[in-house]
Design a protein around this ligand. Structure first.
Ligand code: NZQ
Ligand code: ZN
Length: 387
């Protein structure tokens, strides 16, 4: 049975080959100074930077550069971004890039007018902003996180060896997002498949929790099937617009606050994966891929009915045998697809070493929404099984 909920998503989306025109429509709604946030330079190589700056200039904006946001943005970088926004009196934070850039923009938004340390306030204590926030807009260039239409922001504190997320409310969610699938054509293959797996796992995190028959699970299964089908095309033919556009749209729906309405969710793959990220700075989707199979095999006896449903409805496996056998067939199908995409499924390949495992268990956020709350021993066993 669906629980009670409120649903409100304030992000306006512009989708398609002409989506950047949406930026010209949006910019006049905001003040003169735009903090242009981007990553390590991919947008300068693929021409997106030039197109965005041309529109900013045409709209009479003063552009304040804030580049160099790294994958897995750090708290030090966040402090720098807050200073830029304060000293230039930024009116709009415009993130052009992947999830890291969008997340960073949201964290800056909630911190510019806040006297407290954002790391402590938002990421350690999980509080809501108690100060005015700055509007955020996104031009997405990489598919995966769903950050373009949600309130999530994930920040890494390398000194404390913690990578933590916070879900901000609707004030901080992007006011608008431009989604042009063609902007994703230049994403390197390894990043593309990591992003595809990230989106797929966001659905799993919301699916493997609860045993009710609800619309969210039906939507989830359809989205998962679509991601699997389109991933195979995109790997073979990265410039296939149909596949890239379907992936982009499915990834947005995978984590734009819809699927989780009225139901419980898990998020333990992310809990385990973010610990790996804190220790290794590895690509987010790969950290998830590396912990998924041992985690789900630990969970299977406690959520057999749902794993069986996943096997039958997402992977179309044979319905012969016991529930547990059918359920395991689904995880084997998932494993084959992950290998086919070229995902990293061993932690050692991400730089994890045996002596890190205790620290990884300490850094893992333990969630209670899945079919089982993991003990520390189980966490260690999962990390060890993935090494
Ligand atoms: O930095 P640049 O030079 O732009 O290169 C980036 C980066 O190296 C590159 N890239 C992006 N678009 C490109 C491109 N290269 C060529 N052509 C393009 N069009 O891809 C690399 C990865 O970018 P990044 O933004 O880090 O990837 P992603 O979108 O996967 O974001 C990862 C971050 O998002 C967080 C993760 O933890 C991680 O910190 N997440 C945010 C979530 C949310 N807000 O809800 C949920 C997720 O579960 C996730 O935790
Ligand atoms: Zn994720």
């Amino acid at each position: 049975m669906l629980g009670n909920f409120t649903y409100h998503n304030p992000t306006k989306l512009y989708f398609g080959k002409d989506a950047l025109q949406g930026l010209s429509e949006e910019l006049p709604k905001y003040g003169k100074t735009v903090q242009l946030i981007y990553g390590g330079g991919s947008i300068k190589q693929n021409g997106v930077y030039e197109k965005v700056v041309a529109i900013l200039k045409a709209c009479g904006k003063t552009v304040v550069e804030d580049g160099g946001v790294m994958p897995n943005p750090t708290v030090e970088k966040l402090y720098g971004g807050i200073e830029i926004a304060r000293s230039h009196h930024t009116d709009l934070l415009l993130a052009v890039g992947g999830g890291s850039v969008c997340d960073y923009a949201k964290a800056v938004s909630a911190s510019v007018h806040c006297d407290e340390d954002p790391w402590k306030k938002y990421f350690l204590r999980g509080e809501e902003p108690t100060c005015p926030t700055l509007p955020v807009g996104c031009v997405l260039t990489m598919v995966g996180t769903g950050s373009e239409m949600n309130g999530g922001a994930v920040i890494t504190n390398p000194a404390e060896k913690r990578k933590l997320g916070h879900v901000f409310g609707s004030d901080v969610m992007p006011k608008f997002t431009v989604l042009n699938p063609e902007f994703t054509y230049t994403v390197p293959m390894r990043q593309m498949v990591a992003g595809i797996y990230d989106a797929f796992n966001h659905i799993c995190e919301q699916y493997f929790s609860g045993d009710d028959d609800n619309v969210s699970d039906d939507l989830s299964e359809a989205l998962m099937r679509s991601i699997v089908k389109n991933s195979r095309v995109a790997v073979r033919d990265p410039k296939n617009y149909e596949a890239r556009s379907n992936l982009m749209w499915a990834a947005t729906w995978a984590l734009n606050t819809l699927l989780s309405r009225g139901k419980t969710t898990d998020w333990e793959v992310h809990g385990l994966g973010q610990a790996v990220g804190a220790y290794t700075d590895a690509t987010h989707g790969m950290t998830l891929a590396a912990v998924t199979l041992p985690y789900y095999r630990t969970l299977l006896p406690y959520g057999t009915a749902k794993f069986k449903q996943f096997a039958l409805n997402v992977w179309n496996v044979s319905p012969e045998g016991t529930d547990a056998e059918i359920a395991e067939r689904g995880l084997s199908a998932l494993e084959s697809w992950m290998k086919e995409l070229g995902l990293t499924i061993h932690l050692r390949e991400l730089g994890v070493r045996e002596e890190m495992l205790e620290g990884l268990a300490d850094a893992t956020k333990n969630r209670s929404g899945g079919y089982k709350i993991l003990t520390r021993e189980e966490m260690l066993a999962i990390f060890r099984a993935s090494l």
